[in-house]
Design a protein around this ligand. Structure first.
Ligand code: NCD
Length: 442
């Protein structure tokens, strides 16, 4: 039996698959009405536990354009979730006779990963808290691919709320994968989360370097811009001042709104950065297209709507052909001449049922009845692990072995030798002993 493919993270697709989807999306876009046999007889279920306009409607439109049907629970407060049903149970039921594919948006980080474990049909992550939003990233990358005719080595400015925007997190991994130079211009205090920066460094060899963004003018004035470069540190030493890279030509500026519903800081909105015609007059931005996942508030001035570089509405329109390609592919109605990603990161079970994930908005905390906790090993030396659902780093005080029932210092040689499926993480000695572990005798 062929394995079900889910789209929970951009990592679930190989680069060649992404390009294959784009070629197909372009074909679909040529005549949106000409594909009504592709998914005839298939049903998409959209489960939206958070508001949405573009994502849900473009998915539903895409499915209908492919000739398929749609069942939707757009207002989950009117569903059994309001009666206390767990996400796992809802997914078990919907993925039975009800639908052939589930599109899920949920406020908890890692919710789509959890859903994929209980689903009998493909699950598409349409946004899980501030974690990821991979299909938005495919729409964003598609826009770059069409407009710039390549994906490799682009120079992209990411501006605004980089901490809580899930679109940014998925996008930044994808950009890094295609060797982009990424200039982060965050609103002060809303920088990229540490776990994202660490992952960029450890898994993509991307180095954050302080950028000299003076040439970027207004947009970077209030911000400490950081350059994420695919160059390795030894190459950076070729620059005379390795600690400051100049930004002199940008392909795209990607603006985001303040995610006030996630950080609750209404003050931020009052002082938020704003992209205007004068900001876009800076020399390095001459050929930069302006992108935004939408909805926007005031962070892009309306005067830019008529600027020939603005692409945010076209970007949203492209959501339909891109999602048509995603649906056709996941439903087995589109063959791509590409292999799936090779090394799927393995998730190891968390022993003893003590949840080591520090992120209180992680689905492992919000879905209390979900017991299959899991982690991924992100580095062996030094020993580092991340929650298998929300990707936040697990704080490791001590490391235990579930077979010997001994605990060891995190940086000890013994700790590094423990098989991943026997690893147990403890905050401190007290917790280790309370769970029946003892110090290793030397
Ligand atoms: C984004 C989202 O929901 O994360 N919207 C979208 O899907 N286009 C961006 C946002 O809400 O700011």
């Amino acid at each position: 039996m062929t394995r079900i493919r889910h789209l929970v993270s951009v990592e679930d697709l190989a680069s060649a698959e992404i390009l294959g989807l784009f070629r197909q999306a372009k074909e679909y876009a040529g005549d949106l009405r000409g594909w009504s046999e592709v998914c005839r007889g298939r049903i998409l279920a959209s489960l939206f536990y958070e508001p949405s306009t573009r994502t849900r409607l473009s998915f539903e439109s895409a499915m209908q354009r492919l000739g398929g049907g749609v069942v939707t629970s757009a207002e989950m407060s009117s569903s059994s979730a309001a009666k206390g049903e767990s996400l796992a149970d809802t997914v078990r039921v919907v993925s039975g006779a009800y639908a052939d594919l589930i599109v899920l948006r949920h406020p908890s980080e890692g919710a789509a990963r959890l859903a994929s474990e209980f689903s009998r049909v493909p699950v598409v992550n349409a946004g899980d808290g501030s974690h990821e939003h991979p299909t938005q990233t495919l729409c964003d990358l598609y826009t770059l691919w069409i407009e710039k005719e390549r994906l490799e080595g682009l120079d992209v400015v990411l501006a605004g709320d980089l901490r809580y925007s899930r679109t940014i997190h998925s996008f930044v991994y994808a950009l890094a994968r295609f060797g982009a130079n990424i200039v982060c211009v965050p609103h002060r205090g809303l920088e990229l989360p540490e776990y994202v920066v660490r992952r960029l460094r450890e898994e993509y060899g991307t180095e954050p370097v302080r950028a000299d963004a003076t040439d970027l003018g207004d947009i970077a004035r209030e911000s400490d811009a950081v350059y994420l470069t695919p160059q390795k540190p030894h190459q950076l030493s070729l620059f005379t001042d390795a600690s400051r890279l100049r930004v002199d030509r940008v392909d795209a500026v990607y603006m985001t709104r303040p995610q006030t519903e996630r950080h609750g800081d209404a003050e931020v909105s009052a002082r938020y950065m704003r992209l205007s015609s004068s900001a876009m007059a800076a020399a390095p931005l001459r050929e930069a297209i302006v992108m935004h996942p939408l909805p926007r508030r005031d962070e892009i001035a309306a005067e830019l709507d008529d600027d020939p570089r603005s692409r945010y509405f076209t970007q949203a329109a492209r959501g339909v052909p891109v999602r048509m390609a995603i649906l056709a592919f996941l439903l087995g109605r589109l063959e791509l001449e590409a292999q799936p990603p090779e090394n799927e990161p393995r998730m190891f079970p968390v022993e003893l049922g003590v949840n080591p994930c520090p992120n209180t908005n992680c689905v492992t905390h919000t879905e209390k009845r979900h017991l299959r906790l899991g982690f991924r090993l992100t580095s062996r030396d030094p020993l580092r692990a991340a929650c298998g659902y929300c990707s936040h780093e697990i704080p490791i005080g001590l490391v235990g072995c579930s077979t010997t029932r001994h605990f060891h210092a995190r940086d000890s040689a013994t700790a590094r030798k423990i098989r991943p499926d026997h690893l147990v993480f403890f905050r401190d000695e007290q917790q280790a002993m309370a769970l029946g572990f003892s110090a290793a005798v030397r």
